[in-house]
Design a protein around this ligand. Structure first.
Ligand SMILES: NC(=O)c1ccc[n+]([C@@H]2O[C@H](COP(=O)([O-])OP(=O)(O)OC[C@H]3O[C@@H](n4cnc5c(N)ncnc54)[C@H](OP(=O)(O)O)[C@@H]3O)[C@@H](O)[C@H]2O)c1
Length: 282
């Protein structure tokens, strides 16, 4: 576009931030939709989030995504949030309104379930118990997504039991906190196992989880996407389970963000997926 009326801007704020695949994702959509604009990584140090977010309006940014370590703190900065962000306890997307006020939402739960349904359209969260491993922001998004999809029993296993208990207390049924020592038994009869810990990420040890009791029919998903196949997914695939990594969660959470910022709902295409996969170690 030679003389656009407006140059569209959005960003991801994090510390560190240069590892983020979000700029590649969103800049792909700018090109695909023929919109003049850019999505940039902003390295915002802890403690600088307030001024950074408040500066977006003057700079004519439509909004931004947030990543580690800013997702929780943003709740205390923005002017309004939606229920999903409040329940998850974290903001993944900020929209700058025309009057400069900031609206915070969380699209991680949406991204999680859209990824699952793209891969396994037949998946039903209410078909049987599901096991979620983790107790951080990612786990809260996964649990919220599964609860919204009608899961009747979510066995939530976290190394720090108190964190899982807190989620159980906040979300109520169907969440049931399970002690770490009982994680192998927690897989009995589940239709899905979801890893939402950081274990298995590049540079970190594998998640310690025996799969002996996992039904062969269970879908195993990891919200990690670096590497594309974590040791957990490799072990599950080797015993015949269907497996799914977290890349699609990242891709799909970008769609409602774009719609909110630019009024266009972009698509997650095989071409886009391949382009981003090509930048990640298998
Ligand atoms: N695909 C996506 O779009 C997407 C979105 C969000 C997050 N993620 C990924 O999900 C992962 C978790 O993110 P988060 O924001 O939830 O992180 P977080 O809030 O820091 O939580 C980390 C989780 O990992 C657990 N953990 C850490 N070390 C452990 C160990 N040695 N053994 C067992 N459990 C351990 C923690 O347990 P304790 O409570 O005991 O410390 C906690 O449950 C990260 O890899 C992140 O990149 C992906």
């Amino acid at each position: 576009m030679a003389h656009p009326d407006r140059f569209y801007l959005a960003a991801v704020m994090g510390w560190p931030v240069m590892h983020s695949r979000s700029p590649m994702l969103h800049n792909h959509w700018f090109a695909e939709h023929g919109l003049a604009g850019a999505y940039v990584p902003l390295a915002i140090e802890p403690g600088a989030l307030g001024p950074a977010l408040r500066g977006l309006h003057a700079l004519k940014f439509s909004g931004c995504n947030l990543t580690i370590p800013h997702k929780q703190e943003a709740l205390t900065i923005v002017d309004e949030t939606d229920e999903t962000a409040r329940r998850i306890g974290a903001i993944s997307c900020v929209v700058v309104r025309p009057n400069g006020s900031l609206f915070g939402s969380n699209n991680d739960a949406y991204g999680f379930i859209e990824n699952v349904l793209e891969f396994a359209p037949d998946f039903r969260a209410d078909a049987g118990p599901v096991a979620v491993i983790g107790g951080g922001g990612g786990a809260r998004a996964v649990v919220w997504a599964l609860a919204q999809r009608g899961a009747k029993e979510i066995r939530l296993v976290n190394r720090t039991f108190a964190r899982a208990q807190r989620i159980e207390a906040e979300f109520g049924a169907p969440v049931r906190a399970v002690p770490w020592e009982q994680r192998a038994e927690a897989l009995d009869g589940v239709v899905m196992l979801a890893n939402a810990t950081s274990q298995g990420m590049v540079g970190l040890p594998a998640l310690e989880l025996p799969l002996d009791r996992l039904p062969a029919s269970a879908l195993v998903t990891d919200i990690i996407y670096t590497p594309l196949e974590t040791p957990l997914l490799a072990a599950a695939r080797a015993r015949g389970n269907r497996t799914l990594n977290g890349l699609g969660m990242l891709l799909h959470q970008g769609r409602p963000a774009w719609k909110a910022w630019f009024g266009v709902e972009p698509k997650v295409t095989p071409e886009l997926r391949r382009k981003i996969e090509a930048t990640i170690a298998p």
